[in-house]
Write a protein that binds this ligand. Structure first.
Ligand code: FMN
Length: 234
């Protein structure tokens, strides 16, 4: 049975670029953030951080770093969604801690998080191991199916994929609550990194302007590519 509430949230979500000034209630925001935290992520490492900007000075600088785009300027709330590929070790340890608190670690869990994950995530000083790992995987793949053992750029892509899924979950949850959003990748990544004091291995995936749409919030009619360009059965 289709879930009508889910489909109505999916269909009514639009990118909103002009917001009413009404604030987003904390309990609504919390529910949506907690929904986003349930998004799937590679190896369940949850490489994301939602930075909710409350400080007016930081907000002003963030608006400017978002090129003073209309959604940033009008939204009552601006969130920087950060991809944290630097947190894999901490998060891996947390997964192991939680598993162990629930009973003896299964051999498959121990092997995956103690051996395979470090092999994937370790790229050595200046990332020099990365190309070696990638080349080795490519060579083995000529003989048998092999996963990419990941150079630094591959790890970046992997972390951004998972973070974008959390963004999508968050935006749909907002819609289910009657709120709107605008995802923004139009920003100055260097200024934003300095503004938020992000460490190496962390970068903003996208900004999310959040609030309730004004009458002129949706700028353009929806345009969908033909279904056969988007879906192919083989
Ligand atoms: C990753 C990503 C980055 C985007 N960046 C911007 C942006 O910087 N500014 C903006 O106005 N819209 C931005 N958008 C919104 C898209 O233009 C919008 O999703 C698209 O036109 C489809 O419209 P809809 O979301 O209303 O269906 C972005 C969307 C995504 C997914």
């Amino acid at each position: 049975m289709p879930e009508p509430l889910f489909f109505s949230a999916v269909e009514s979500r639009r990118t909103v670029r002009d917001f009413l000034p009404d604030p987003v209630p904390q309990e609504v925001l919390d529910r949506c953030l907690d929904a986003a935290r349930l998004a799937p992520s590679s190896s369940n490492l949850q490489p994301w951080e939602f930075v909710v900007i409350r400080d007016p000075k930081i907000r002003q600088a963030a608006n400017a770093a978002c090129l003073d785009q209309m959604p940033a300027k009008t939204a009552p709330l601006l969130i920087a969604l950060v991809t944290r590929r630097d947190t894999w070790r901490r998060n891996r340890d947390e997964i192991l801690r939680v598993f162990e608190s629930r009973g003896p670690l299964r051999p498959s869990q121990a092997a995956y998080y103690r051996k395979i994950i470090p092999t994937i995530y370790t790229t050595g000083p200046l990332g020099i191991l990365g190309p070696v790992k990638r080349l080795a995987s490519r060579a083995i793949s000529l003989f048998k199916p092999t996963p990419n053992l990941m150079a630094r750029e591959d790890l970046r892509i992997m972390a951004h994929k998972s973070t974008a899924l959390a963004a999508a979950t968050f935006m749909l949850a907002l819609r289910a609550e009657g709120y709107d959003s605008c995802p923004m990748e139009g920003f100055d990544p260097w200024r934003v990194k300095a503004l938020l004091g992000l460490p190496r291995g962390a970068e903003v995936n996208m900004f999310l302007a959040v609030g309730k749409r004004s009458e002129k919030g949706v700028w353009w009619d929806r345009v969908l590519m033909p279904r056969e360009w988007a879906v192919r059965e083989i």
